[in-house]
Design a protein around this ligand. Structure first.
Ligand SMILES: [Zn+2]
Length: 618
């Protein structure tokens, strides 16, 4: 994996050496003076002056008119970017400027190339886009950043196109080859990820017995594609304290062998927690390097702000250590998981949440009201057409954790004025979210709290109306319309599946939906999220609710301006405007201009965070 990128070292050297650099200017340093020009539709222009000129203006009593509006004043701009269309994401239709000027990590100008070039000094780097598109860096509305730290050590056994394994035998073969390549020692824990029983040939599934045959002497855990469960072999069951005949915990699923109480291999939801919480994390010695490698997975995808979407107390402490050591080069927003909210509050008073420190912010609370529809653990008001994960009849899924605990956590967070994220896939889980909000939100139910319905996939039209009434943000997940929709059609029927992640209906109601990957449930690929929102076509080519298709621009809003709004960062991120962070991404083509079906083939060429290139790594 690449190491920490160091942005533009050549430029830094050039600045030091250049005769017009500030060291040579003495008291005559050029300064940028920002002046508002409202007539240009909110885009601001700047004029280049010297302190001498400023002194003259001061003498004339005109300083107030010319002083930097936001304190921006530096020895020339750091960076001017031009030479390609620059999509600002300001407004409700695509709008472009010719050039952007960056200084001290912020956008100080967006407008014409001629005006931008007036701000060029000797030390200014000029970047030519060569006709490629630049736009605001992508903001990830929901994923699990912490998983990126351990992903490098784990084996991808996903089905194509995400991974190589189309059958249980191929999963075992992939694991065996990887174990050999890395010289796995007897007794060493071995972890794979991406198993999806729905993509296995009919009548086959990955089991404890299959893994035991290949790995009799190593604990092996193959994490389910939903990340809410795993298949374990016998050594892993024993290491993590599972026993044949053990009862299924409330909110959990344990597959049994035939009619016996013996463990078959797959454990999900609450039954997975004891394995999940015991999986080794990077150590204090390796965590900074692991985080730098993990962030590169985001930077490669054009993401400059990432979410850690369910964080345990020890992981918050770990992220804080990494941040303090200078290990974060994108912004990470962590949401403590409901079981650990008290512990995190003990160490971090509520007043400290919501602001960045060394690129890390504790955003609010995460409450998980159900599981995943593909794992049949999403909680619905109507039964699955195919029964439960263990063959249960009249199976509707169930709450992720006991309802009183989820309600108490919601109330605690609202009482502490913390943002609340509630994961709800099935419509019963979304009913819970609405009821929890009604029960726990103090005062006006529609106050601006930025409460989020994470996934919100099988939301009903009447629930969408309530989300609007309560000012709750739907963080949708249109990637399911490609990756899992064929399974959802079997489990839930075509009609219900067609309304999955209803972007268009949400926008029509005046909601500001976001769209995510839930990485690493599906690959962290923002062009794929745009493609699925625009095309809504399953792996098998079935149209999934074509009425809910949105425009490429609306799909881009979901991962820029709307995502910034979800994080209450709309004043500093999400669009290209003077005063915002210079978080930018360069794409090989403009999603608004290519054929809709080609959007997924657009590549991230460069990612810039706070004015510095973080991908490709230098
Ligand atoms: Zn998630």
């Amino acid at each position: 994996m690449p190491g920490l990128p160091i942005a533009n070292p050549a430029n830094a050297a050039r600045r030091i050496a250049h005769p017009s650099d500030c060291a040579e200017w003495g008291n005559e340093r050029p300064r940028i003076v920002v002046q508002e020009q409202p007539s240009q539709g909110g885009i601001y222009a700047m004029q280049f002056r010297t302190t001498t000129a400023l002194a003259a203006l001061l003498a004339l009593g005109a300083l107030a008119a010319c002083a930097p509006a936001d304190g921006t004043a530096a020895e020339g701009a750091d960076l001017i970017i031009h030479g390609g269309p620059i999509l600002t994401m300001e407004g409700d239709a695509p709008a472009y400027v010719e050039a952007v000027v960056v200084d001290d990590g912020k956008i100080v100008f967006a407008g014409t190339e001629a005006e931008a070039m007036q701000l060029k000094a000797g030390g200014t780097e000029v970047k030519d886009l060569g006709g490629k598109l630049m736009m605001p860096g992508f903001i990830d509305p929901h994923s699990h950043f912490i998983d990126s730290l351990s992903l490098a050590d784990r084996v991808n056994v996903s089905a194509p196109p995400v991974g190589p394994a189309s059958s249980p035998d191929e999963i075992v073969a992939t694991l065996t080859a990887a174990a050999k390549a890395r010289g796995l020692k007897p007794g060493e824990l071995f972890v794979g990820y991406g198993y999806d029983e729905n993509l296995m040939p009919a009548g086959t599934s990955l089991s404890r017995d299959l893994l035991d045959e290949a790995f009799p002497n190593n604990p092996v855990v193959v994490i389910h594609v939903s990340m809410h469960g795993a298949v374990l072999n016998s050594a892993a069951f024993s290491q993590f304290g599972y026993k044949d005949g053990m009862p299924t915990p409330p909110g959990g699923v344990i597959l049994r062998k035939g009619d016996t109480q013996d463990l078959e291999g797959l454990v999900m939801e609450a039954a997975y927690l004891q394995a999940f919480s015991a999986l080794p994390l990077p150590t204090p010695e390796t965590e900074v390097a692991a985080a730098k490698a993990g962030q590169m997975l985001y930077a490669e995808a054009g993401i400059t702000t990432a979410q850690e979407g369910a964080t345990h107390a020890a992981q918050i402490a770990q992220l804080q250590r990494i941040a303090k050591a200078g290990g974060l080069y994108i912004d990470v927003i962590a949401y403590p998981f409901l079981t650990d909210i008290d512990k995190v509050l003990e160490a971090n008073p509520a007043a400290s949440w919501g602001s960045y420190r060394d690129h890390l912010k504790i955003g609010g609370c995460k409450i998980t009201a159900d599981g995943s529809p593909q794992g049949k653990t999403a909680w619905f008001t109507t039964p699955y057409l195919t029964g439960g994960p263990s063959g249960e009849k009249d199976w509707k899924g169930e709450p992720g954790l006991p309802v009183p605990a989820m309600l108490a956590a919601t109330k605690k967070c609202y009482d502490n004025k913390l943002q609340v994220l509630i994961h709800g896939n099935g419509d019963a889980a979304i009913d819970f979210l609405l009821q929890a909000h009604e029960a726990a939100a103090p005062g006006d139910l529609s106050a601006d709290r930025r409460t989020v319905c994470i996934h919100c996939q099988f939301v009903r039209p009447d629930q969408l109306q309530k989300l609007k009434a309560y000012n709750i943000i739907p963080a949708l997940f249109t990637d399911h319309s490609f990756f899992f929709a064929d399974t959802h059609i079997l489990n839930r029927g075509l009609k219900q599946t067609s309304f999955i992640s209803p972007m268009k209906s949400a926008i029509a109601l005046g909601l500001r939906p976001t769209n995510h990957t839930d990485a690493f449930v599906v690959p962290i690929d923002q062009m794929m999220t745009v493609w699925t929102a625009v095309n809504r076509t399953s792996r098998k080519g079935v149209a999934i609710g074509p009425d809910e298709r949105i425009t490429p621009y609306q799909a881009l809003q979901a991962i820029t301006v709307n995502a910034a709004h979800q994080y209450r960062e709309e004043d500093s991120k999400g669009s290209i405007r003077r005063g915002k962070r210079a978080d930018l991404v360069v794409l090989s083509a403009d999603p608004n201009k290519v054929a809709r079906e080609d959007i997924k083939d657009i590549k991230v060429v460069e990612t810039i965070k706070d004015g510095k290139t973080i991908f490709p790594a230098s």
